[in-house]
Structure formats: C-alpha cells, structure tokens
Ligand binder design. Structure first.
Ligand SMILES: C[S@@+](CC[C@H](N)C(=O)[O-])C[C@H]1O[C@@H](n2cnc3c(N)ncnc32)[C@H](O)[C@@H]1O
Length: 293
C-alpha cells in the first residue's frame, strides 16, 4: 500500500511536516523552529501555507481540529531533540530516527551533524518522495541522513542497519516519535527487541505511544474521529498500551526507564503560557530509556 497520501489527503508523514511548516512560519515562539519543513512540501501546499486563506472544504481533514494532535506531535519532537542534544553532550555520535517521515533534524542541525551521524528509518516510498523533495528544494541541507528503508511489520531493522554504515559497537540514541500508534503491538515489541540486541550498552531511546488509560467523553469522541480520518488515509491507529505494560516490556528487554512523562508534562515543559492556546490535548506517554550494561 502507498504511504505517501493522495490528492485529497496527505499521508501522515507529509501531514506532520505541513503542520511544522505552518507552525514555524506563523506561530509566535514556535515550540520547534522547523525552518526546513516548508521546503519539503509540494508547491501547491507550500503556497497554501505561505498565504493561508479560509479552507474551501475540499480536504478530508478540513472538518477536524488537528491542533491538540499537532501539539502532541511537535512537542514530542522537541522532547526528542532535547534528549538527542543531551546524548550528544554525553558523547553519543549516532542518531537513528524511527518512523522519520519528513523529519528535518539532519537538514537543519549542521551544528551537531558535522559529528553526529543521522540514520532515518521509514517506508521506502516515503523516503523516495522525501529525497525528491530535498533535491528539488531551493535550500541546501546542512547534512543528509542515511536512509534505511524498513517496514516495521515485515522487515528486520537490525538487518537493514547492519547493511548500512551503522556502527553496532558505538553508543546510539534512537527516537521513535509519533509512529508507534500506527504500528501493530507485535511489530513495536519486536523492533524494540532488535534495538536491545543490536545496540551497545548505554544506548538511549526516546519515544511516545498512545496510552490505554481512562478517558473523558470528549477524549473518546476525539480519538474516534481521528481513527476514522487516519483509517481513510490508509494508516489506521493500531496499538495502545497500558503504561505499566509498556514500562515492564522495556524493562524485560533490558532497558531502564529514565523518564515516563504524560502529555500534561509536555504541556508544562513547552506550552505553558502560550498566547495561542496550543496544547497537547491527546492522551499519550513519552519515555526516555537506557539500555543496561
Ligand atoms: C505521523 S508520521 C510521523 C513522522 C515523524 N516521526 C514526525 O513526527 O513528523 C508516522 C510515520 O511513521 C511511518 N510508519 C508508519 N508505519 C510504519 C511501518 N510499518 N514501517 C515504517 N514506517 C512506518 C510513516 O510512513 C510516517 O512517516
């Protein structure tokens, strides 16, 4: 199945970068100043972001309030990048972005990427489209990631990384943001198991997942509508986890959980006092974990 969207609806990778481009261009104090996002859009979408007009109501997502979800996504990326910077200061020189989509870290973080090698993992067709957009951009990337095509459901992350210049003896930081909900629970677990077995001790991972916790009526209705939208786009939500189950899975695989945060913590860290009211309103959990020696 193609994962790059169609004329009525962008795929989740493109939808996410479109949100970041809008945020970087129009928000006061962006939570993540993704100045490269705008360059990765198709020309029509770029024009629409640069000159926003009331929607003509032709897009499948036009009737959906995507702000709470977008805030979770952008806040989670900021959370991941803050962790990556900490890891870099602690000597880690490899960064693997799982479900990278149209992530722009390598393209804009030349300050780190002279020394930090970035690997991006996603579906092959998403990566092909992204490479094309980078080539066509009227900006020069600070650095290029190494693209590692993988379908978490059907292929092995470890084998794909082994075929690349990834160094299994060097410590690494993995991020897996805004993607685990779209992956089956078994594929998420087997990917984490592969990470644990292929990586050097004291490797870190930062991720978020959709949590199975008691919800308000409003939250239930919001998630139901979201499920309908993403299913229509061909990328249904597939997994939700009880926080204690996720944490014990990581522990069984050999990770020590360093932090297990909620969307409320994300709000307090990055969104408190914003004038535009942007706030991560979708229930989620974020984890930083370290592989035991
Ligand atoms: C919502 S996007 C998030 C992209 C990026 N992490 C971000 O935050 O902007 C989800 C990403 O996961 C990728 N993805 C979903 N299921 C996948 C799978 N089975 N194998 C590889 N990539 C997958 C999608 O192609 C997409 O790029």
């Amino acid at each position: 199945m193609a994962k790059t969207g169609n004329e009525n609806s962008l795929g989740t990778a493109e939808g996410a970068v479109m949100g970041r481009a809008t945020h970087a261009l129009h928000a006061d104090s962006p939570v993540l100043n993704d100045r490269w996002a705008i360059h990765l859009l198709d020309p029509a979408t770029r024009l629409q972001i640069q000159n926003p007009e009331p929607s003509a109501g032709t897009n499948d997502w036009d009737d959906f309030d995507s702000a709470p979800l977008f805030a979770l996504n952008v806040g989670s990326l900021r959370y991941a990048e803050d962790e990556v910077e900490r890891c870099f200061r602690n000597g880690i020189r490899q960064y693997v972005i799982l479900g990278a989509g149209f992530d722009t870290f390598a393209l804009r973080r030349g300050d780190l990427c002279d020394e930090l090698r970035v690997f991006e993992v996603d579906f092959p067709d998403v990566q092909t489209l992204k490479r094309k957009r980078i080539e066509q951009a009227d900006a020069a990337p600070d650095a290029m990631p190494t693209f590692i095509p993988v379908d978490f459901e059907t292929s092995s992350l470890a084998e794909a990384l082994e075929r690349s210049s990834f160094d299994p003896n060097g410590r690494v930081v993995f991020s897996w943001m805004n993607t685990i909900p779209y992956v089956s629970a078994s594929a998420a677990e087997s990917t984490l198991r592969e990470i644990a077995s292929l990586s050097a001790p004291a490797t870190r991972i930062v991720l978020n997942y959709s949590c199975d916790v008691p919800l308000s009526e409003t939250q239930i209705a919001y998630l139901k509508t979201l499920q309908g939208k993403v299913s229509q786009s061909g990328e249904p939500l597939q997994s939700r986890w009880k926080p204690e189950a996720f944490e014990s899975m990581l522990s069984d695989l050999g990770f020590t959980v360093v932090e297990h945060a909620t969307e409320r913590h994300l709000h307090e860290r990055y969104f408190e006092g914003r004038g535009d009211g942007l706030s991560p309103g979708v229930p989620a959990r974020l984890i930083v974990a370290e592989l035991r020696t």
